[in-house]
Design a protein around this ligand. Structure first.
Ligand SMILES: Nc1ncnc2c1ncn2[C@@H]1O[C@H](COP(=O)(O)OP(=O)(O)OP(=O)(O)O)[C@@H](O)[C@H]1O
Length: 325
């Protein structure tokens, strides 16, 4: 059994100023299907949090509950301290939402659609902001074309600009880059990171694209069949799975075989393997700190020393299989 690190949310946690989203015992059933089961989760202000999980795991249902677009069967949800069921309109003003399939008025241009959203939100004097957003999502060239001529990826980019027009303090994105080309993805990820760094925006995104999530998210939650089976940073989850063992990458100048002999002798070192110019040292967590000193004392010059953590896809597969077997 893998320790999931999933603890119930503290009661009344949403009143604390550092929590943007709090979910406490959320269950959502559709007839016989339980889409989300006893979910407890907190997303902190200024955090980028990734929801991961296979099709049908319950990610979209959770997001719709946060936006007041569907009601919990039981449990309690708060967004910026507000109850989405009762204050959906207020939440809509402060939360930008990018659904997986974005719809716009097809006969209006991208720019006109953004203007329309701004007006709906009571914002005036937004022309410069709209120009900037179109540039940030890479749509300046198509700003004055009707959205009926946009590709799916272009609509998705416009969806992100549209959610940002109202200057939200929380952004919720469902598969934000699924139709966007790799170069566009890098641009969008950079933008999300900048918005967090510069404006302290809280970001919740769902994705299947694990490398992307690994690159951008501070913490991730892994969903399987309506349950959140693990929460933490990629490094924390990786450490939890490794059961107190670590792989260290070591690079030394000169006599590599002699370095292998030094490492093999150390307490807590289980195996030393070669991978190109590097040595991979499988050792107990406590042994990691002794490697560098031992090598230097034996006269080796250390060129590289780094803890190797699991990639998110490895972590995901492990938790996924644990819960479905
Ligand atoms: N309106 C609905 N009516 C009935 N069942 C639904 C409804 N919405 C979702 N479900 C079911 O709830 C479960 C969770 O669906 P949900 O869309 O939340 O998953 P997801 O993790 O977002 O999946 P995907 O990655 O495919 O978008 C699925 O079994 C789905 O069939």
């Amino acid at each position: 059994m893998i320790d999931s690190g999933v603890a119930p949310a503290a009661s009344g946690a949403d009143v604390a100023t550092d929590v943007a989203i709090s979910i406490d015992g959320l269950t959502r059933r559709y007839g016989e299907v339980t889409a989300v089961r006893q979910l407890n989760l907190e997303v902190y202000r200024g955090e980028i949090f990734g929801l991961l999980g296979p099709n049908g795991a319950g990610k979209t249902t959770t997001i719709l509950t946060l936006l007041g677009l569907t009601e919990p069967t039981s449990g309690r949800v708060r967004v910026l301290g507000m109850d989405p069921t009762r204050e959906a309109i207020k939440i809509k003003r402060q939360v930008g939402y990018v659904p997986d399939a974005v719809g716009f008025y097809p006969t209006l241009t991208g720019r006109q659609n953004l203007r329309y959203t701004a007006r709906l939100n009571g914002l005036t004097d937004v022309e410069d902001e709209i120009d900037r957003l179109l540039e940030q999502v890479g749509l300046t060239h198509a700003a004055d074309a009707r959205t009926s001529t946009y590709s799916r990826g272009m609509l998705q980019r416009l969806g992100i600009a549209d959610a940002l027009v109202k200057r939200p303090s929380v952004m919720i994105l469902d598969e934000p880059t699924i139709s966007i080309d790799p170069e566009g993805v890098q641009r969008i990820l950079r933008l999300i990171r900048e918005l967090r760094d510069e404006h302290g925006m809280t970001v919740l995104l769902s994705s299947h694209l694990l490398y992307q999530v690994q690159e951008i998210c501070d913490r991730v939650g892994i969903f399987v069949k309506g349950r959140l089976v693990a929460v933490g940073s990629v490094e924390e989850l990786s450490r939890r799975l490794s059961g107190g063992r670590t792989v260290m990458e070591v690079g030394v100048a000169g006599d590599v075989e002699a370095a292998v002999r030094v490492l093999d002798e150390l307490d807590g070192v289980r195996e030393v393997e070669r991978e190109g110019d590097l040595l991979l040292v499988d050792c107990a967590d406590e042994a990691c700190e002794t490697l560098a000193g031992a090598l230097v004392r034996a006269g080796h010059t250390l060129l590289h020393l780094r803890r190797r953590s699991s990639h998110l896809d490895e972590i995901y597969q492990r938790y996924f299989h644990e819960k479905t077997e």
